[in-house]
Design a binder for this molecule. Structure first.
Ligand SMILES: [Fe+2]
Ligand SMILES: [Fe+2]
Length: 159
């Protein structure tokens, strides 16, 4: 089904955001593993996998709308140098994603494409879950101190 050109361009922008997030989170997840924080590693890895699903769904939708998915474009990737920077950078990325999905939902509605709006809303809810996770980490670091937070993240590191 031929889709709205402007909407297809917006979906490709979201796809670039998702592909960027996958790369950033994969590196952050593996840095956490490398530092011996398996809980942090698992949590960030799960987010990277969520972003991969988002990229997949966007690609499916762009193809359905007879557009060409662009997978060669990445935005600047912001790798943190510490756990605090990782959490902060990922939180900023998720806040950006929430803005981007909200404005893309508006474009979908303007193009009278409710089904795309529904898909984007489904993804938006997951991004809200991601920002919530990052906010919890920031609050815990602030309240219990970085050292206590990190001690919790290294639990079960015997393997
Ligand atoms: Fe995403
Ligand atoms: Fe996300």
């Amino acid at each position: 089904m031929k889709g709205n050109e402007k909407l297809i361009a917006v979906l490709n922008d979201l796809l670039a955001d998702e592909l960027t997030a996958i790369s950033q989170y994969m590196v952050h997840s593996e840095m956490s593993e490398n530092w011996g924080y398996p809980k942090l590693h698992k949590a960030i890895e799960k987010q990277a996998i969520d972003e991969m699903h988002h990229a997949e769904w966007l690609i499916q939708r762009i193809l359905f709308l007879e557009g060409m998915p662009v997978v060669s474009k990445l935005n600047p990737i912001k790798i943190g140098k510490s756990v605090l920077e990782i959490v902060t950078n990922d939180q900023q990325a998720e806040v950006g994603a929430i803005h981007a999905y909200n404005s893309a939902i508006k474009v979908s509605r303007e193009a009278a494409d409710q089904s795309t709006a529904d898909l984007l809303t489904q993804i938006l809810k997951m991004e809200e879950g991601h920002v919530d996770w990052a906010e919890v980490q920031s609050s815990q670091i602030e309240q219990m101190g970085l050292e206590n937070y990190l001690a919790n993240q290294s639990e079960g590191a015997a393997a």
